[in-house]
Design a protein around this ligand. Structure first.
Ligand SMILES: [Cu+2]
Length: 132
């Protein structure tokens, strides 16, 4: 039972993170060979689920950054992002809801991402993004 639940969770996250499949398929080249300008424009997908936060990338360019945040879980979650320049927060997201969050990231920073619902961060809903 536990194994089945885990498989379903992973599948949900894969769906969230590949929601815009055309992005990855254009050009047919490998991810590492795409031009930098394409990476700058691409939003980072963030999946919220009990009890983790998954991002489509772990390294991002400095500057204005758009996060596409999806609650892929079964309860209310939100996302808080903090770096040296400020703190940004989404509204509460019900299961299945998606929103965009635009943040300003300085170079060579580690952005802290977490869910601010009581107890969720402690249960594992936190991650980081590193800027180049
Ligand atoms: Cu949460």
């Amino acid at each position: 039972m536990r194994r089945f639940h885990r498989a379903a969770t992973v599948l949900a996250l894969v769906t969230v993170l590949t929601g815009c499949g055309a992005e990855a398929e254009t050009g047919g080249g490998e991810l590492g060979t795409r031009p930098m300008s394409a990476d700058h424009a691409a939003p980072v997908r963030v999946g919220l689920i009990e009890w983790t936060i998954v991002t489509s990338r772990s390294r991002v360019p400095a500057g204005r950054l758009t996060l596409v945040v999806t609650n892929a879980g079964t309860t209310v979650h939100d996302l808080v992002v903090r770096d040296g320049r400020g703190t940004w927060e989404t509204p509460d997201l019900h299961p299945g809801q998606q929103t965009r969050l635009t943040v300003q990231a300085g170079p060579h920073e580690t952005l802290q991402l977490w869910c601010s619902m009581p107890g969720h961060r402690a249960q594992g809903m936190h991650t980081t993004l590193t800027t180049s």
